[in-house]
Design a protein around this ligand. Sequence first.
Ligand code: ZN
Length: 490
Amino acid sequence: MLEIYNSLSRFKETFKPLHEGHVGMYVCGPTVYGDAHLGHARPAITFDLLYRYLQYLGYKVRYVRNITDVGHLEHDADEGEDKIAKKARLEQLEPMEVVQYYTNRYHRDMAALNVLPPSIEPHASGHIIEQIAFVQKILDRGYAYVSNGSVYMDVEKYAKDYPYGKLSGRNLNDIVTETRELDGQEEKKHSYDFALWKKAAPEHIMHWPSPWSEGFPGWHMECSTMGTKYLGEQFDIHGGGLDLIFPHHEAEIAQSCAALGHETVHYWMHNNMITIAGKKMGKSYNNFITLEQFFKGEHPLLSKPFGPMVIRFFILQAHYRSTVDFSSEALEAAEKGLQRMQEAYARLQKIQPSQTTSNDLQTISNLRTRCQEAMDDDLNTPFVIAALFDSTRAINTVHDGKGTISEADLKELREVWKTFAIDILGLRLEEQGGDAGKQKAFNGAIDLLLGIRLQAKQNKDWATSDKIRNELTALGFQIKDTKDGFEWSI
Ligand code: ZN
């Protein structure tokens, strides 16, 4: 049995891929029944960072991130309505319309965050045959049972042969006390047994034929199936949010051992959660903020719009294992930090080399090593950002004419910034201000134009005043003169 690592610390020394030069990586993707929110951004950015870093280290990476479009039930367990099917029922859509709609929007949001697309993005609903075969293997090896058309994992039997709960550090007793009693459990031998296949209730609209019933796969089954289909019976890295360790990833380990006789994953890696003003994100707290709402500034908890790069920078400022607490103030601080980096990056492209590098700038010589060591130390992005910030002082010194940099040092400095800030952290530094900045500039330009019109009116220059009003109106603006000046809208 493979040993489970839950850390990539001293990455370069300890990370040993199963096949030299190649890395197989699987990350649990979204359940596509709603818009992506801050909680989706964190795993996407964390594993995008790892994907980029592995490629920088020279590995050929096959990155699989799935789309969950069936089998994820309301209670995240074995009970309740399918999340996709519920949305389809409420909106009177075909379930695959819901899937396509939210998948498109997920892709749009990920592209905005500069998250690279995975190598393969398989859908659970496209792998029903493979999932049925996987369930059959578990049945054949005696670790599952059929009950009323559904198939359940026999956890007690499994736990006699394999250490169930090792990833989450739980034992069977802990799990017994944690498992809620829910309707439909009379089918199961024990409350902690989980569904591998569920018989569809008559009202359930997404179902497929199987040897046991017309039904659908259990949620955990898709990742075991698609991971092994595309990456092999053993692969290097499996990632996801910390909230997936139990039951989802624990169940995946059990399914692999039960079906194949061994574990599949060599390294498990989990990003920590995002809280909002100290609270978990959840519908009941009304603190679910979608990425689109961030980009547009449309949520009562937001002081203004925040561009996608601010969100990315905000997430990378924390180590992926730490919790991150969101607040509008924290994002405003991240925005300032990002602007400083954008400014330094723009200056770095403009400054000119001299014969030598002045003594007070010698510290930049170890910048690459600092960034590299930080990334090797379990992807320590806050340290990479701190190192880059330190080098902004050198950039500004040269820019202000208070120091000099040699041609070789300038070339190296530009390369380090390109490698670590642009390619690995994935920050788009060439865009000043992002969406929020563009909006601000646009509003400022219209205010300026209407200010000129006000001035013209006061000077009784009616031709200019009318021209500005008429042409803006023709472009779709509504202009209202008020006591103190003007108001406008589109
Ligand atoms: Zn998964």
